[in-house]
Design a protein around this ligand. Structure first.
Ligand code: R5P
Length: 293
């Protein structure tokens, strides 16, 4: 097997190559003056199974998805046997059902497109809803980066922290972290208006007074969820507030708004390379690939 370094995840791909001992296939990429993407594999994949590492986070997620599809096609045309897509952040994963009539299911369209391009298997991390993967036209698996994020906080000396889930749906995340951090766990109630997108958060009966609290979510996008959680935690007397996520999209001034809300540190992964990507997913993907080799 060989690792193909997608243009959006070169460092992660290199780390996976190093940790697995699998050789790395560099990719030449450019964007034409009209905005279209070009990719070319810069080593042979003839007769090989390959894993393309390419995250599809904003900004420019549509172009990143096309790069992934073009790489799969290039690999197949160059004689690759099996093409595995390692996509830490899968764009459109949140449109995983028809919330309103007249909508489509964007994530399923994306998966069908990737299948048509030549992808045979799919690996991601903390996809928004695991049930999505059952609708994909190829074997698909999601791993969890939460233990790695919890270990990060343990190393910083925050064992025993209260782990707060910003909504009931993310409690599985909080519980995975609690297993490592060893403190209490709780969740906020969050409701969303499907037309305006506005959310309302409430938190009753949380025992966070004088506690260190880590708010954990799968995605931080605009930061509104974390800012709302931080406000509730402050009102309830939490001592220190931190937040962690797998996919730190941090759109616009989200990072500043979160820090201004009193959160002392934001921890994300290299699913979305940037300021807060302090935890690498390389060990997780490497371990999974080793099981497949
Ligand atoms: C939603 O259910 C997700 O788990 C996140 O809570 C949400 O995407 C965060 O978005 P934002 O940062 O814009 O509040």
């Amino acid at each position: 097997m060989k690792i193909i370094s997608g243009p959006t995840s070169k460092d992660l791909a290199q780390a996976i190559s190093t940790q697995t001992g699998l050789s790395n296939v560099p990719v030449i990429s450019k964007v034409f003056p009209d905005g279209e993407s070009y990719v070319r594999l810069d080593a042979s994949v003839q007769g090989e199974d390959v894993a393309i590492v390419q995250t599809t986070c904003p900004p420019g997620q549509d172009g990143k998805l096309f790069q992934l599809a073009f790489l799969a096609d290039s690999a197949k045309r160059a004689g690759a046997k099996k093409v595995i897509a390692i996509v830490p952040y899968l764009a459109y994963a949140r449109q995983d059902k028809m919330f309103l009539s007249g909508e489509g299911i964007s994530v399923e369209t994306v998966a069908r497109m990737l299948k048509a391009a030549g992808i045979d298997e799919f690996l991601t991390v903390n996809i928004h809803s695991e049930h999505t993967l059952g609708q994909f036209p190829f074997p698909a698996k999601t791993l969890s980066a939460i233990p790695l994020i919890a270990e990060y906080f343990v190393k910083k000396g925050y064992r025993g922290s209260f782990v707060l889930s910003p909504d009931k749906g993310a409690m599985y995340i909080a519980k995975q972290a609690q297993a490592i951090l060893g403190g209490d766990v709780g969740y906020l109630n969050k409701t969303r208006d499907r037309y305006s997108g506005q959310t309302v958060q409430t938190g009753e009966g949380l025992n966070v007074k004088d506690q260190n609290v880590i708010v954990l979510d799968d995605i931080i996008s605009t930061g509104g969820t974390i800012v709302g959680a931080a406000k509730i935690l402050r009102e309830q007397g939490a001592k220190h507030v931190f937040c962690g996520c797998v996919h730190g999209l941090l759109i616009g001034d989200a990072e500043k708004r979160i820090l201004d809300a009193g959160v002392e540190e934001i921890v994300g992964t290299d699913s979305v390379p940037g300021n807060v990507s302090k935890v690498s997913l390389a060990p997780l993907f490497s371990q999974s690939l080793k099981g497949a080799i």
